[in-house]
Design a protein around this ligand. Structure first.
Ligand code: ATP
Ligand code: ZN
Ligand code: MG
Length: 307
């Protein structure tokens, strides 16, 4: 894949990104974020809000969601290796004290926990489909949402661009297949314009999700063949392969069927989403333009309204 670089600066190295933008929290892929970094994160969120379609309904989801909903949506089958489950100590005072005492003796107390019926949200759009289903049949105009969540995926890594806890922002479209296709094409063009405005070198590629196991390999091949997922890739790690910073997904009628989202004539609605990896976009900006905002191209600072 060729990336047309509009910048002459060599990318900032990964150690410098980690040192300057994050502080360690004792676990790979989980970091405290500095003020410098969060300013850029906030600016990116505001920039994306300025591109929000007028009729979008806005939801900000908490970092947890219903375990049952995630199971029903098929996430447990497709990506069990990435899912984080919230477990707590239940039972009588004696049960709970016994577990705490285990910890005092250096033993593992967590094996005494049981599910709180919650998971850590693996993607920002999962909770929106059951909400959309509650509103009855989808009109001919379809639906559009602006959602975001702190997401968790169990993929510990020392790579600065592969976090276990990260922010995801999404625009989600629900409607007829042609509406989803148009939405996805428009957003791929808008994403390209945003990357250009931000002077970020980029390329598009077809992609697949990391489906679990051998059956998953077939699902991934199918996803690529049917062009259900595209990614916008930007160099983040110096010397590494470019990183997926946004994705453009077509789910066909998967969520419509799962949640009984129907159109006026009783046909299952289709859906698609455009996902912005907010942390990866912020890292891409620092990797490309350097660690000092005062050295960033004036135009980039203006577009992000950071000046
Ligand atoms: P990758 O191909 O790198 O594993 P993905 O294809 O699994 O990413 P999506 O499921 O499309 O990613 O998630 C939407 C967006 O969330 C991605 O485009 C990316 O910007 C961001 N994202 C996904 N996983 C991570 C992660 N571990 N750390 C930071 N951002 C992430
Ligand atoms: Zn989504
Ligand atoms: Mg991917």
């Amino acid at each position: 894949m060729d990336i047309d670089t509009h910048t002459t600066r060599s990318p900032v190295d990964d150690e410098a990104l980690l040192d300057r933008l994050f502080r360690p929290m004792g676990v790979d892929g989980v970091y405290a974020r500095t003020h410098l970094y969060e300013n850029v994160v906030d600016a990116l969120q505001r920039l994306i809000s300025r591109h929000r379609p007028d009729d979008a309904e806005v939801f900000r989801f908490p970092p947890v969601m219903s375990l049952r909903q995630v199971e029903k949506a098929g996430y447990l089958n497709s990506f069990p290796q990435l899912l984080g489950c919230v477990c707590c100590l239940h039972g009588t005072e004696a049960d709970i004290s016994a577990a705490v005492n285990k910890a005092k003796h250096g033993a593992d107390w967590t094996c005494e926990t049981t599910t709180a019926d919650l998971v850590l949200s693996p993607a920002a759009c999962y909770p929106v489909y059951p909400i959309a289903a509650q509103n009855g049949p989808v009109s001919a105009r379809g639906l559009i949402f602006d959602v975001s969540a702190d997401c968790f995926r169990h993929e510990p890594s020392r790579d600065v661009d592969r976090l276990q806890s990260f922010r995801m922002r999404e625009f989600v479209r629900i409607g007829a297949p042609a509406q989803i296709a148009t939405f996805r094409e428009q957003w791929m063009r808008k994403a390209e314009a945003i990357a250009r405005d931000l002077r970020l070198p980029y390329a598009f590629d077809r992609a697949s999700d990391p489906f679990f196991g051998r059956v998953g390999q077939l699902m991934a091949a199918n996803q690529i063949e049917q062009a259900l997922k595209f990614e916008l890739l930007i160099p983040v790690r110096a010397g590494g392969a470019p990183t997926a910073c946004m994705s453009f997904n077509y789910h066909r009628e998967h969520f419509g069927k799962t949640w009984g989202i129907l159109d006026d004539s009783g046909v299952h609605a289709h859906s698609g989403c455009v996902a912005f990896g907010i942390d990866r976009l912020a890292l891409a900006l620092f990797a490309t333009h350097g660690l000092h905002l005062e050295e960033w191209p004036r135009r980039v600072v203006d577009i992000l309204q950071l000046g």
